[in-house]
Design a protein around this ligand. Structure first.
Ligand code: AFP
Length: 309
């Protein structure tokens, strides 16, 4: 049973009263459009383009979600710049009256849709240019489509979680989430390709009794770490030192949320949120979790730098 901490009758719209009106409007719009996405899974189970029962071509769920969200945000009038993981370039909506910049991973973990594991929508929010360091974000949120659909947001006034109820309303689940001390590690990449300082880190976690939990859906894995503590990592590895995950769409928004909840986010050497992106598709090694675990990996990588390892 889920533990309710906070006023369970409070709706997302009521909770968002103490923030700038454009941010409130944006988060509420995204919450509405993700309700549509949550409903879309039943009819769009496949993750590849397929024909439906009427023989019509159906768009893959991640591309469909991308289209639905972009269309909505374009019509909102408050978003000027939108970078999506599914789009090659930053989109600019010149008619917008507002100046918000949004980064979007419409469906993170999409290769898990066909096996019905949890996937999610990840959003980073800026004022203006999205090609900025993550610490310039004014807010971030994700919606996780699991057995329940939950929405977590921050506008730098705590991290708060809402659940989609039977009436189609996002109501409070947990207010002011703080990442606890915990012993879970979620390690991406192939072990045989780990860099030496990363191997040392993983072996230390294992020696300390951390339990491995990795689903293949970054948003779901970080969600678990946020609630149970520990660390998510998708490191740089042999042949791909910049790792797999994208700075703008995955690392920054989730790193921002966990940092706002008292945790930390690093590329192994420095804060992820301090990295100035050069290109929209930039990748970064990722370590997100408790401060203790992030300090440890940074210590090991600094030692490796000094010894030339
Ligand atoms: P997809 O959205 O293509 O499924 O990628 C998911 C992801 O970017 C991230 O959510 C996972 O943590 C990571 O890839 C899993 O990668 P591996 O398949 O290499 O384990």
């Amino acid at each position: 049973m889920l533990e309710l901490i906070g006023d369970e009758n409070m709706k997302l719209s009521e909770h968002l009263t103490d923030c700038d009106s454009d941010l409130r409007k944006l988060i509420l719009r995204i919450s509405e459009v993700t309700k549509k996405i949550a409903k879309g899974f039943a009819s769009r189970q496949s993750y590849s383009d397929t024909k439906n029962v009427y023989g019509e071509q159906q768009m893959a769920m991640d591309k469909w979600a991308d289209e639905v969200i972009i269309k909505d945000l374009k019509g909102s009038g408050i978003v000027r710049y939108l970078a999506s993981e599914e789009q090659p370039e930053v989109l600019e909506f010149k008619d917008a009256a507002g100046n918000l910049g949004v980064t979007l991973d419409p469906l993170d973990g999409s290769s898990l849709i066909d096996v019905n594991l949890a996937v999610g929508t990840i959003v980073g929010i800026y004022r203006g240019n999205v090609l900025s360091p993550g610490n310039q974000m004014v807010g971030a949120m994700y919606v996780l489509y699991g057995p329940l659909t939950v929405l977590t947001y921050t506008v730098k006034k705590g991290v708060h979680e809402f659940v989609l109820d039977d009436n189609g309303e996002f109501v409070m689940l947990k207010e002011n989430i703080r990442i606890p001390d915990g012993k879970i590690y979620a390690p991406g990449a192939l072990r045989k390709e780990y860099l030496p300082f990363h191997t040392k880190f993983i072996e230390k976690l294992e020696a300390d009794g951390y339990k491995l939990r990795f689903s293949g859906s970054f948003v779901a894995d970080v969600h678990q770490i946020l609630h149970k503590g520990g660390v998510f990592t998708y490191p740089g590895f042999t042949g791909k030192e910049s790792g797999k995950l994208r700075l703008l769409f995955e690392a920054n928004p989730m790193g921002f949320i966990v940092t706002q909840a008292g945790g930390a986010a690093s590329d192994g050497r420095k804060e992820i949120l301090s990295i100035r992106p050069g290109v929209v598709s930039q990748r970064t090694p990722v370590y997100i979790g408790g401060k203790k675990e992030i300090d440890l990996i940074q210590k090991y990588s600094a030692e490796a730098c000094n010894t030339g390892d």
